[in-house]
Design a binder for this molecule. Structure first.
Ligand code: GDP
Ligand code: MN
Length: 396
């Protein structure tokens, strides 16, 4: 589950990580009130107005701007709230901004050497261990650093039985070129950050930039936080942080009815029972020259009602040019699934795209007969390869 910057920062701070302070606002008036409140707490009259959307690269897209007085806070918030922010990480249509974070300006005027670092915590899948990835080259172009000068990005792996050891935090601060007070602040920052990552059951922290100010404070200026959904039961208070407006609407709808649906870019809709079969089916579609439009596992009970919901979900995607139903009838008999498909088809009325149904397992032959005799525009096959050939044929 991805979080907004302001939510991520709040979690970091609850575990003792120093952050750039801010208040979220839904309107220009709220933004002005937020700025006034921040000035009381921080003493600075300068604020940054930051679009809150689930996408990075906001600075590049004009979603992060400095305001030097309250009039500018109002004017910039008015401009950002309601805009469709286009960044290197969004589609060309951009993302609708419905709220901004009004944050204290931590890049002091005249600060000759603010240093922007990159620090993330994530799982190294090759070793199965958490690691801290960091670089002196933080800021808006970390992707370019990874591409052109990967040797400037360091990794520190953490032994799960020991946790982050003090020497590792010191090594990170040293490699970031720090000394004196800043060195000490950085070791504190990194230790708090790692502990927050573990305690919040996150699967990603990406803090870019981590700022070192000229008076040697070390603070998180940005925060991308992903919480491991499988651990949400341990964090009931995080559940409300989910922002459904940021998620794919069809995926949200599927989830609400207990189907696992993942939207993909292709043109062949898939309805499958079982995740393994879903993967195999997507391979089959690729081999047949198509591209899967989605991953949809209807699970064990492929009855008419579920099949109908599944068809309707798949048909919401306008790029779907064909639908492949690939179901293995083990516990659920194929003839029951076939009847479900027929009933669902009739209930929906007209389906414009060709449907290929491959049912294998208990009563597969009866199922095929049912579909063939239904008079509906559905191709029924039993062999995997036949299904692939048919997909190829209808796409041609
Ligand atoms: P991102 O572009 O989505 O990664 O958003 P960030 O939160 O990282 O902000 C983008 C850039 O805005 C940062 O790299 C900073 O250079 C700049 N920025 C962020 N906060 C401040 C601030 O308080 N003052 C000033 N002057 N610039 C800031
Ligand atoms: Mn950033």
């Amino acid at each position: 589950m991805n979080l907004h910057e302001y939510q991520g920062k709040k979690i970091l701070n609850s575990f003792g990580v120093e952050i750039q302070r801010g208040i979220v606002a839904q309107s220009p008036a709220e933004a002005v009130a937020a700025a006034k409140k921040l000035t009381e707490d921080t003493g600075t009259n300068w604020h940054v107005i930051k679009a809150q959307v689930h996408a990075g690269g906001r600075g590049k897209g004009g979603g992060v701007k400095l305001a030097k007085n309250l009039a500018e806070v109002e004017q910039i918030s008015d401009q950002i709230i309601g805009m469709h922010l286009v960044t290197p990480q969004t589609t060309a249509d951009g993302k609708l901004v419905s709220q901004v974070l009004v944050a204290e300006d931590v890049y002091y005027p005249g600060d000759s050497e603010p240093s922007e670092f990159y620090i993330s915590v994530l799982m190294n899948r090759a070793t199965g261990r958490n690691m801290i990835m960091y670089s002196t080259e933080g800021g808006m172009d970390i992707e370019a650093v990874a591409e052109n000068t990967p040797h400037l990005i360091f990794n520190e792996e953490i032994d799960p039985t020991m946790g982050l050891l003090p020497f590792q935090a010191r090594k990170i601060a040293f490699n970031l070129g720090l000394s004196g007070k800043a060195f000490k602040q950085m070791t504190k920052f990194v230790s708090a950050l790692y502990s927050a990552y573990v305690k919040s059951d996150s699967s990603l922290f990406e803090i870019n930039p981590v700022l070192k100010t000229s008076d040697d404070r070390v603070i998180a200026v940005d925060a991308k936080v992903t919480i491991d959904e499988n651990a949400l039961f341990r964090h009931k208070d995080y559940e409300v942080l989910r922002d459904l407006r940021e998620e794919n609407p069809v995926e949200v709808e599927a989830k609400a009815v207990g189907l696992s649906y993942v939207d993909l870019d292709g043109n062949v809709g898939c309805m499958v029972n079982g995740a393994g079969l879903a993967m195999a089916t997507m391979d089959l579609i690729k081999q047949a020259g198509g591209d899967p439009a989605n991953f949809l596992d209807v699970g064990g009970t492929a009855d008419a009602e579920r099949v109908e919901i599944a068809f309707n979900l798949i048909l919401k995607d306008p790029s779907v040019k064909a639908i492949l139903v690939n179901i293995f009838g083990g516990i659920v008999r194929c003839d029951r699934v076939a009847q479900g498909i027929i009933d669902a088809y009739k209930s929906i009325g007209s389906i414009e795209v060709p449907i290929i149904v491959r049912l294998e397992g208990t009563n597969a032959d009866i199922a095929k007969k049912l579909i063939d005799e239904s008079g509906l525009d559905v191709y029924s096959v039993i062999e995997f390869q036949e299904a692939a050939d048919k997909v190829q044929e209808v796409l041609a």
